[in-house]
Ligand binder design. Structure first.
Ligand code: BG6
Length: 508
């Protein structure tokens, strides 16, 4: 990623500067941007946190994170030494005013040194508990006033349900205006996700058939092979519906279903996306079980490795009812999509990591070929592969060479790595750069977040009254509970991930 845009002098003030997100994502991405000469010439990273850390310890921690998680991996000593000159650590309690005074002083010292006004990005890389405190204090310290230069970045979870999301949005807008608030959904920073818009709207080819007349159904799969890892404490309260569906899967659905934007303007695009969310047919309370399937992984095998069930993971209750898998069927009630099912599924400890959207086209209205030619008949299908095989595949019928008339499905494939020789930036690099460039296109506006919560609220309301009797109901290393197939209309199916289906491997 290389751009010609000259970014303004910037201070990154990271609340939660010694935490996991800073270590895994923020610093590695900022360092990759730095190495690609995509940081402003004047910039500083001020890590703020409660614990005592000296510069040496902080730098060691950051370097370790970069070596483990950054796109470029290895750190060159000379570049690192230059980079560390931009890093400061300030210790303090986020609930007390002192740390904000220290931050303010540090910012004005930097501005003097740079002889320029700086844009200040307050990054909330803290547990959600702090989301209420920090904006209030920033405002009191006079750090939030500058609408052009002061920005706040908020990580998910944006609330726990609609009420808490509304409350959090209120807290944020008490101190900042909406244009200063950048709510991150890192899926939107993925190149392949951004490419959905390019694919749909920069090519005249597919848009005319991108509707209920030609599309039979859509599936969105975000499967992870990992379990809950070290995040048991958070995940117990979240579950897959809050952790993945409310944000990442809803964003994918919006990009697939939205109407064309008039211009590439942040609000125009976000308006079109929010229209989709508003058009999603509400799930009636008494239909939750017909529209949604939940699951929890039990012990099983990931390849040949034996793994434990969710209830045996660290910081997880032995009789936990938290779902690690969700599948749901939604409808977008508008002219374009009326009655086309959108099937969504996501889960942990599925056989492999794969995020894919499939657009399954309708069968031809009349089959003119003799039945014996079409034994292997499959309707045309477009696969947008988000990760890990980044690309797009179109599957269609072709005549098999030979004297007999035999039709077989074949594929046409676009692959990112083969078509573009430039490396794909990490989603966080893109998003951090956009915040510095004050471009909110890839960030969620308050009304989007709230509309997404509204969609899943009937499920969140219904589930506690009907605790699952069968958890764990899928073994680690399988594609989720059997009941998932019950969501599908007759003739519909969950697709096999691209790579498996091409190798003709059947699902476990
Ligand atoms: C996060 C979720 O938002 O997304 C995690 O909290 C999940 O549970 C992760 O593992 C998946 O992101 P990616 O980029 O690895 O697909």
């Amino acid at each position: 990623m290389e751009t010609n845009i000259k970014l303004k002098p910037t201070v990154f003030a990271i609340f939660g500067g010694s935490g996991d997100l800073t270590w895994r994502k923020l610093i590695p991405s900022l360092f990759d941007l730095y190495q690609d000469l995509n940081m402003p010439s004047d910039f500083s990273i001020i890590a703020l946190d409660r614990i005592r850390l000296n510069d040496k310890e902080l730098h060691k921690r950051f370097r370790d994170g970069i070596e483990k998680f950054s796109r470029k991996g290895k750190v060159d000593d000379k570049v690192w030494s230059k980079f560390t000159r931009h890093i400061y650590y300030k210790q303090g309690d986020f609930t007390k005013s002192k740390i904000y005074t220290i931050l303010k002083e540090q910012c004005s010292n930097l501005e003097k040194e740079w002889n320029a006004k700086a844009q200040i990005i307050f990054y909330m890389a803290t547990p959600p508990l702090m989301f209420g405190e920090i904006p209030k204090h920033l405002k009191e310290a006079g750090l939030a006033n500058d609408r052009e230069r002061a920005r706040i970045v908020v990580e998910k979870p944006i609330g726990h349900d609609i009420a808490s999301a509304l409350k959090l949005n209120q807290i944020l807008t008490d101190s900042f205006t909406e244009s200063q608030i950048f709510r991150i959904d890192h899926y939107l920073g993925k190149e392949t996700v951004q490419n959905i818009l390019a694919f749909r709207f920069a090519n005249p080819l597919f848009e005319p058939i991108w509707n209920r007349r030609y599309v039979d159904y859509v599936t969105i799969t975000v499967a992870e092979d990992l379990g809950v890892e070290h995040r048991g404490e958070y995940y117990e309260k979240a579950g897959a519906l809050r952790d993945m569906v409310q944000n990442h899967l809803m964003q994918l659905l919006c990009l697939i279903a939205m109407e064309p934007m008039v211009s590439f303007d942040a609000d125009e695009i976000r308006n079109k996306k929010v229209d989709v969310l508003h058009a999603i047919r509400p799930i009636p309370h008494d239909m939750v079980n017909q529209s949604v399937v939940r699951g929890q992984y039990g012990r099983g095998y990931m390849g040949s490795k034996k793994v434990c069930g969710y209830r045996k993971e660290s910081k997880v209750s032995k009789d936990s009812n938290t779902e690690t898998f969700v599948a749901l069927k939604l409808f977008v009630d508008n002219r374009r999509w009326q009655d086309v099912p959108f099937y969504l599924r996501t889960g942990k400890r599925l056989p492999r990591q794969v995020s894919e959207v499939t657009i399954q086209f309708r069968a031809v209205p009349h089959k003119s070929f003799p039945p014996e030619a079409t034994l292997d008949w499959q309707t045309s299908c477009l696969i947008l592969s988000i990760q890990p095989d980044e690309g797009i595949v179109l599957r269609f019928q072709a005549k098999q060479p030979g004297t007999m008339l035999l039709l077989n499905p074949v594929t046409m494939r676009f692959n990112y790595q083969e078509s573009f020789s430039v490396p794909i930036p990490d989603a966080y690099e893109t998003l951090l750069w956009d915040v510095m460039n004050n471009d909110a296109t890839l960030f969620m506006r308050a009304d989007q977040v709230e509309a997404a919560w509204q969609i899943i609220m009937p499920i969140l309301d219904a589930w506690p009254g009907q605790p699952p009797a069968d958890f764990p109901n899928y073994s680690a290393g399988t594609w989720g509970p059997e009941e998932t197939n019950g969501l599908l209309n007759p003739g519909h199916h969950w697709p096999l991930p691209m790579e498996l289906s091409e190798k003709n491997i059947s699902p476990k």
